[in-house]
Design a protein around this ligand. Structure first.
Ligand code: HEC
Ligand code: HEC
Ligand code: HEC
Ligand code: HEC
Length: 121
């Protein structure tokens, strides 16, 4: 059921994209704010403790962490919300989180539907 709902959501999102690109063809805006999802989903809840229990090491996720070299840094210190012009190859914040979270879930056969991490509003 969640599966079906999220497919329906993607179809709606595609329709919105098509409609807005028709509008773009007439009147190109200088900036586009991408926040379509914000009104549909809440930010994700993450059970850090539970995940420490199911992971081999802190480095599984904090992949740049070195023991004794200071505190664990938040992902956001290095993976920014927007493309870093000095380092355009660097994966952004959402991509880094999605790749890491969903990558491991996929390997372990855990639900990766949007609502498993982002509660519906
Ligand atoms: C399954 C992935 C995962 C594992 C394993 C994990 N963490 Fe985290 N941890 C995260 C995520 C995601 C955050 C949120 C980071 C952010 O806000 O950028 C976080 C946040 C933190 C923070 C807060 C950082 C800050 O300043 O906001 C600390 C400290 C931390 N983890 C320590 C650890 C330690 C120590 C271990 C090993 C015992 C560990 N973590 C294992 C994913 C993980
Ligand atoms: C100190 C800086 C730093 C921190 C903190 C950091 N990263 Fe990264 N991350 C990098 C760099 C640099 C790369 C690219 C080179 C590499 O793969 O190591 C990268 C690559 C990645 C990749 C692989 C991208 C690909 O193309 O395969 C993922 C996924 C990722 N980071 C997720 C995270 C997550 C999630 C966190 C927080 C739990 C985090 N990173 C914390 C610097 C950081
Ligand atoms: C290293 C592997 C790994 C990574 C990375 C990981 N997870 Fe998980 N996650 C798991 C495992 C294993 C479970 C199942 C745990 C259990 O059933 O007790 C799980 C379960 C969950 C659940 C509950 C899902 C359900 O349907 O019961 C949520 C929500 C979740 N993870 C969110 C996240 C988020 C958000 C991130 C990234 C910040 C993340 N996970 C990164 C391995 C991982
Ligand atoms: C395994 C967990 C997981 C799954 C599954 C997942 N996400 Fe996320 N997503 C995250 C995490 C963690 C973040 C970072 C959230 C934060 O720090 O506020 C994020 C961020 C986002 C953001 C940016 C949020 C913001 O506040 O800017 C969007 C948009 C998003 N996800 C959409 C989706 C959609 C659409 C799906 C389904 C196709 C999905 N996500 C599936 C974990 C997940």
């Amino acid at each position: 059921m969640t599966q079906l709902k999220s497919k329906g959501f993607i179809v709606i999102a595609l329709v919105v994209v098509v409609i807005s690109s028709l509008a773009l063809a007439q009147d190109p805006p200088s900036t586009i704010k991408i926040d379509r999802i914000e009104n549909l989903y809440k930010a994700s809840n993450f059970d850090h403790k539970g995940h420490v229990e199911v992971s081999d090491s802190c480095k599984t996720c904090h992949h740049t962490y070195k023991k004794g070299a200071g505190p664990v840094k938040p992902c956001f210190d290095c993976h920014k919300a927007e493309v870093d012009e000095n380092n355009p190859e660097m994966i952004g914040y959402k991509g880094a989180l999605h790749l890491q979270c969903m990558g491991c879930h996929k390997e372990n056969g855990i639900d990766n539907s949007c609502v498993s991490c982002h509660e519906k509003k």
